[in-house]
Structure formats: structure tokens, C-alpha cells
Design a protein around this ligand. Structure first.
Ligand code: CA
Length: 228
């Protein structure tokens, strides 16, 4: 999982960022204070990118950034600044930040910056090896194929995208809307039913007993979950 620390004390902004990161295949790790941020970093040494708000209740983002760098960490750091003064940006970069984003920012802008930084800090191990392994399933992201217990399963492009989405969100219930948006795009005009149709087809391919699915389970009234 591509973990991104989101340090932001304003819960509305934090959840906005978190939702958009999830949608882009990242695993957001939330913190509302500097102290929480350090706890999360300790618990999640594989965090590759951190988003740091500047104005925090117990400290400021520059201080957090300085601490992260002082610990020898090479994680990518993006400062979230509400202010537009050049000084803040300069201070942020001086304390060891890699980039900054000025609020209010669009989800597209933020993810583009994170994607770029992630590539730079070499966070794409998964993409480099070309394999995502979850339980008995192995997804090859290069030739876009799936293996179950070493046996090749042929997937359509849409099925591949759905499996990839599940693998990027292991054990997480995904709403049908979420799946539709991630796989078909937000501008898709079709019906949600297309999700169910593809899940049904996918089950025939991956389940031992498609009528009694054990991998892709239905979350009633919501969507689906892949328990690996
Ligand atoms: Ca703040």
C-alpha cells in the first residue's frame, strides 16, 4: 500500500484529502496534531509521503518537517499552506520540504503533486516489481494478468481495473459508486448496474463457487469487498 501521512487539524479539509487519496489508490494515515503525526510515523515506517499542514494546535508543520528530516527520514514532504506569502513557501523548502500546495487546492492538483513526489522518492516498489500479491492471488500490473494459486485467469481491461482497485484497498468495503468512478470515470453516464454485471463475471472467474462467493463478498445496500 502506498501510505501517505495526512497531518491536518481541520477535520473537513483532512477528510476531503483522505477521500481523494483513497480514490487515487493511496492509503491515507491521518493525524490532527504534531504528536499524532510522530506516533503514526513510528507505527508506519513505510510512509513514503507526508502532507503537513502548517498551522497546528500543538506545533507547526515546519517543526514537524524539521523533526522528520532530523530523524534521517527521506520521505517526501509536501507542505499544505493556507497562506500565500512567498516567505512560507521558502521557509517550508528550507526546513526540508520537497513541495508545497496552497489552499484551497483541487483534488487533481494535490494527487498530481503526490504522484510526482512518490515517483521521486521511489515509492513505487509495487509498480516496479510489477506484482501485487494478496493471499493466493497475484496481480501482474505489467501484463495486466491475474493468477490464483499460480493459475492464470484471463481478465478484460475493466475486470483488471476492478481487481486492481480491490487489491489497492484490501479488506475495505467499496461502494458501487466508488467502483464506478474509479473504473469507468466520473463522466461515465451509464448505470450502476454495470458494476454488478462485472462483479458477477469476475466472480465466475475467481471464485471456487461463484454462487457462494468467498473472495468478492457483497456488502448489502453498499457495494463489495474483497477479503483476500
Ligand atoms: Ca491548520
Amino acid at each position: 500500500m502506498k501510505k501517505v501521512l495526512v497531518l491536518e487539524d481541520e477535520s473537513s479539509i483532512r477528510s476531503f484529502v483522505v477521500i481523494n487519496l483513497r480514490r487515487s489508490g493511496y492509503e491515507p494515515i491521518e493525524a490532527a496534531t504534531g504528536e499524532e503525526a510522530f506516533e503514526q510515523i513510528k507505527k508506519n515506517p513505510d510512509i513514503k509521503v507526508a502532507l503537513l499542514d502548517i498551522m497546528l494546535p500543538d506545533t507547526d508543520g515546519f517543526e514537524v518537517c524539521r523533526h522528520i528530516r532530523a530523524s534521517g527520514s527521506k520521505m517526501g514532504i509536501i507542505m499544505l499552506t493556507a497562506r500565500t506569502q512567498e516567505m512560507d513557501k521558502v521557509t517550508g523548502l528550507m526546513t526540508g520540504a520537497d513541495d508545497y500546495v496552497t489552499k484551497p487546492f483541487s483534488p487533481a492538483e494535490l494527487t498530481a503533486r503526490i504522484d510526482a513526489l512518490y515517483r521521486r522518492v521511489g515509492g513505487e516498489d509495487e509498480e516496479e516489481s510489477g506484482e501485487i500479491v494478496r493471499g493466493i492471488f497475484k496481480l501482474n500490473t505489467r501484463n495486466r494478468s491475474l493468477e490464483k494459486n499460480g493459475e492464470r485467469i484471463r481478465l478484460t481491461q475493466v475486470e483488471y481495473s476492478i481487481v486492481k482497485l480491490f487489491m489497492d484497498n484490501p479488506g475495505k468495503a467499496l461502494s458501487r459508486e466508488e467502483i464506478l468512478n474509479a473504473v469507468w470515470g466520473k463522466d461515465y453516464l451509464g448505470e450502476l448496474k454495470i458494476v454488478d454485471v462485472n462483479i458477477r463475471r469476475l466472480r465466475i472467474k475467481v471464485e471456487d463457487d461463484p454462487t457462494n462467493p468467498s473472495y468478492i463478498t457483497t456488502v448489502w445496500g453498499y457495494g463489495y469487498k474483497w477479503g483476500f
